[in-house]
Ligand binder design. Sequence first.
Ligand code: UDP
Ligand code: MG
Length: 323
Amino acid sequence: MSLLSIVVPCYNEEESVPEFHRRMSAAARQSAGHYEIVFVDDGSTDRTWPLLQELAATDSSVVAVKLSRNHGHQLALTAGLTQCRGERVLVIDADLQDPPELLKPMLALLESGADVVYGQRRTRKGETKFKTATAAVFYRLLRRLVDIEIPVDAGDFRLMSRRALEVLNRMPEHHRFIRGMVSWIGMRQVPILYDRDPRYAGETKYPLRKMIRFAIDAITGFSVAPLRLASFLGAAAAALSLLLMCYTLGSWLLGETIAGWTSLTSIVLLIGSVQLIVLGIIGEYLGRLYIEAKRRPLFVIETIAVGGSVQDHEMAVAEASRS
Ligand code: UDP
Ligand code: MG
């Protein structure tokens, strides 16, 4: 049977890693036979890396990749996806929110001709009301803004064929919204419904600040609709100005032109803030363009540990693959 790669980004997951390794290995042994688990340590500050090294030394199915610093979930995942060698690739979080036991039905769906099998959350346990509510609104808003079909309530938990992964690995952008990029690929993508468990241990590595940044990455990465907003705001302001001009002209003709401090300040404030908002939106796109124009590597791998041997990597091996 062809090799199955399991890619797991880990950031300060010392409490979850051993249990994840146990449950994932059991699931993989049972349903895939030949497999490798590629852990990516995203610059953890706890004992995650020593733990991963130990696993790599004792379990020949484990590959431990260490990034040079914290690059963020999406880039850690990207690093793992360039390093894995399987014909089929499973992307899963280390915190056991996505049940490893789902591998079996997912593999069955892939075998039946799908290129991507994505987990779609029926329910989310142990998540704050705020997170589920904002996520629900966000995915629906995103759906309206973009042209491609991005499934709602789906995270990065998915199983992919090698040919889908090859396309994904060829996408060079820095500001990554991987679930959207996979949708963009097309081919046959099927959902598998599941109930998302609470975190096994530790706390979420996605505070509000990162969530907002991620949401902006998603929207700017897949849509220029916000830029179009400037034209709409401009048109609305022009229509309003026309009405106001008629009014002021009429007042002047009737000889009633006095005072007007309140209306004047209101207008100045309104126009000022609309202009700043539009500038901000343009800035978001321009800033991203600037970062992309530098063409820096997406991530830096410091070390890879396979079966007890440690290979020190040269800097900037973004595109290099494991030899
Ligand atoms: N993660 C990472 N780098 C980061 C933040 C998170 O590699 O900077 C990993 C984390 O260890 C976990 C996965 O990404 O395996 C998802 O993160 P988390 O569970 O905190 O997100 P949530 O499920 O709360 O959205
Ligand atoms: Mg999680």
